[in-house]
Design a protein around this ligand. Structure first.
Ligand code: ZN
Length: 138
């Protein structure tokens, strides 16, 4: 069982996101980059916004991230999250990955103690069917 209960809806990847989720299935957090100019982007896109190249590469993210922003969810907007409120949704930045931000959950934290700039560590949430979601803890 994952961090959220099993009835939590899972991501439904769009075609452009297939590479990102395929890496997640291997417990590898990678961001799409441009093979021509090196610009990273997330979420994945079919074309580089900097140079319009369609050639891509995948750069591995470090396991340590930094909280760029966050919110504490107190209202269960879906029945599956009722047992987890209050929980933290954070926007994270990664050293060496300029311009990329990832939205995820901070787990095993006191929501009242989360701070901008806080260092957090990646862990892989096994949500079943071979799918792993990147989540973070302090
Ligand atoms: Zn480019």
């Amino acid at each position: 069982m994952g961090w959220f209960p099993d009835d939590m809806p899972r991501p439904e990847p769009a075609p452009d996101e297939a590479g990102f989720w395929a890496h997640c299935r291997q417990r590898s957090l990678r961001f799409q980059g441009c093979a021509a100019c090196g610009t990273l982007r997330h979420p994945p896109l079919p074309m580089c916004p900097a140079c319009q190249s369609c050639e891509t590469s995948w750069q591995e993210a470090p396991a340590q991230a930094e909280v760029y922003s966050f919110t504490v969810v107190h209202h269960a907007s879906h029945p599956a999250v009722a047992a987890r409120v209050p929980y933290v949704v954070a926007v994270l930045e990664f050293p060496g990955c300029p311009g990329v931000r990832l939205i995820s959950n901070l787990t095993d934290v006191d929501p009242a103690k989360v701070r901008i700039g806080q260092r957090v560590t990646l862990w892989w949430d096994d949500v079943g069917d071979g799918m792993f979601l990147p989540r973070f803890r302090a």
